[in-house]
Ligand binder design. Structure first.
Ligand SMILES: [Cu+2]
Length: 155
């Protein structure tokens, strides 16, 4: 499969590409060269709508990257240990249109993220709802990903 076919608009081909991507993922092979083309995915490709989770903790890092913003939260467990969660959200442009902009969050802020866990069981969640330090609640979802509450509209 060459890169020209990956860019095709054929739905069947894209389905195959998705399956190949999943297979390669499972094999643990690095996809560094291909990921930029395939990085944008449906909710169901990566996350489990039956595994809702609330993450409450301290913001340690934000990556304002397309097609997804990623941010990272340290959660203190009852026993005092700290567990790191990764949160996948919509694009920086989509988030800023909803009032979740660079500057609204700084490292060390306390935030609450409601989302859904990754199917692979890792501590990665799809951030559907983010409660910012000032109390505002914004959607973190990727518009049109078919996930819970998705309206297909942006924001
Ligand atoms: Cu995506």
């Amino acid at each position: 499969m060459n890169s020209a076919s990956i860019r095709s608009n054929c739905p069947i081909l894209e389905n195959i590409v998705m399956k190949v991507r999943l297979a390669i993922f499972v094999a643990g092979v690095s996809l560094a060269a291909v990921v930029p083309l395939l990085a944008h995915h449906s909710f169901a490709a990566e996350f489990d709508a039956s595994k809702a989770v609330r993450v409450t903790g301290t913001l340690t890092k934000i990556e304002w990257t397309n097609p997804h913003t990623y941010f990272y939260v340290d959660v203190k467990e009852d026993n005092g240990s700290v567990v790191k969660w990764s949160c996948e959200a919509g694009s920086p442009g989509a988030l800023s249109r909803r009032g979740f902009k660079r500057g609204d969050l700084k490292l060390g802020d306390a935030i609450v993220v409601d989302g859904y866990r990754a199917k692979d069981g890792s501590r990665l969640i799809d951030a559907r709802r983010v409660t910012l330090p000032d109390g505002r609640i914004v959607s973190g979802a990727s518009a049109g990903d078919g996930g819970p509450g998705d309206t297909g509209r942006n924001p």
